[in-house]
Design a protein around this ligand. Structure first.
Ligand SMILES: Cc1cc2nc3c(=O)[nH]c(=O)nc-3n(C[C@H](O)[C@H](O)[C@H](O)COP(=O)(O)O)c2cc1C
Length: 207
């Protein structure tokens, strides 16, 4: 397996994919890494949808400005987040925490108050942006994990979200990123492009 820095230098936003599936084991590892991502207060406001249907892929391809990765990659995921957060989300976390820690729900009253306090004090139109910030932590971990497994990825925000949400029949969630996974085609000239990143002194300082 590649080291973290080797993997990050190896990966690139893949444009053209081979018709070669990724194994279920690798997909599971990638999703498990995304699942294990941290989030503020542990809200975990994300759901991944694996889009297998060729018909859905074709429609998403059209709603995604004909980006080839959508249709070419063997695996296509949609990262979706809840449109709003409410007491149901609080209950979900408390239930999960009680199960994981083998604790009575009643012992988590302080935690519940903190979560509910966040819900109560937040303007409803702020939840979506807040959830997106959390979800992108999961996305980053997903992309790193794929790279370490030498699986190529194309994260894509270039699509019409309303169309994609409607294609996927989403009601309470919205798609924030599409993620194509697979193996780079030798014909993809993007792999030869030098990596463009700001210099360390431009993005890091000591005070
Ligand atoms: C959240 C996100 C959304 C992106 N959306 C698109 C996209 O819709 N189309 C595209 O060609 N590239 C997209 N990219 C790829 C970026 O342009 C690319 O990651 C960046 O230029 C750095 O290049 P590299 O990933 O090849 O190192 C996206 C990247 C991220 C992280």
């Amino acid at each position: 397996m590649k080291s973290i820095l080797e993997a990050l230098n190896w990966r690139y936003a893949t444009d053209r994919f081979l018709d070669q599936a990724i194994s279920d084991e690798n997909l599971h590892t990638i999703l498990e890494a995304a699942r294990l991502a941290p989030s503020s207060m542990n809200f975990q406001p994300w759901k991944y949808i694996l889009i297998k249907s060729p018909e859905l892929k074709q429609q998403i391809f059209e709603a995604g400005y004909n980006q080839q990765a959508i249709i070419e990659a063997p695996t296509l995921l949609a990262l979706t987040i809840p449109n709003i957060l409410n007491t149901d989300n609080v209950n979900h976390i408390i239930q999960a925490a009680a199960e994981a820690r083998n604790a009575e729900v009643s012992t988590l009253e302080g935690y519940r108050k903190m979560l509910q306090g966040f819900i109560d004090k937040t303007e409803p139109d702020k939840f979506f942006d807040w959830s997106r910030r959390q979800a992108y932590i999961s996305l980053g971990i997903l992309l790193l994990t794929a790279a370490q497994l030498e699986i190529d990825a194309a994260p894509m925000e270039g699509f019409d979200p309303e169309k994609v949400n409607s294609i996927l029949g989403l009601q309470n969630y919205s798609t924030v990123t599409l993620i194509a996974l697979g193996y780079r085609s030798p014909e993809d000239d993007h792999q030869t492009w030098p990596k463009v990143r700001f210099k360390m002194e431009e993005i890091f300082e000591v005070r």
